[in-house]
Design a binder for this molecule. Structure first.
Ligand code: SF4
Length: 75
C-alpha cells in the first residue's frame, strides 16, 4: 500500500484522489480528511470525513496562511 511520506501512514484506498492544498475549491464530493489532513474527493464517508463548506475553507486557510482578504470582500 502507498505511504504518506510526511506522516508515514498508509494512504487509505477509499479516497484515491487527494490534494494537500486546502485553498482548492469545494463542491460536491470534496471533503477534508481529518486523519491525514488532506483535501479529498471522497467516495466513502468514514469517521474522518468532514464535508467542506465555505466557512470551513476560509477558517482552514486562515489557520495555515494567516489573515487575508477574500476577493470581493468588503473593507
Ligand atoms: S476521509 Fe476516510 S476514507 Fe478518505 S482518505 Fe481519509 S480516512 Fe480514508
Amino acid at each position: 500500500m502507498a505511504q504518506n511520506a510526511e506522516q508515514g501512514e498508509p494512504l487509505c484506498p477509499k479516497c484515491m484522489n487527494w490534494d494537500p492544498r486546502p485553498e482548492e475549491g469545494y463542491g460536491p464530493r470534496v471533503a477534508y480528511c481529518t486523519a491525514r489532513d488532506i483535501v479529498t474527493s471522497y467516495w466513502y464517508k468514514c469517521e474522518y470525513y468532514e464535508e467542506v463548506t465555505a466557512d470551513k475553507r476560509v477558517a482552514r486557510n486562515k489557520s495555515i496562511y494567516g489573515e487575508f482578504r477574500e476577493e470581493g470582500s468588503e473593507e
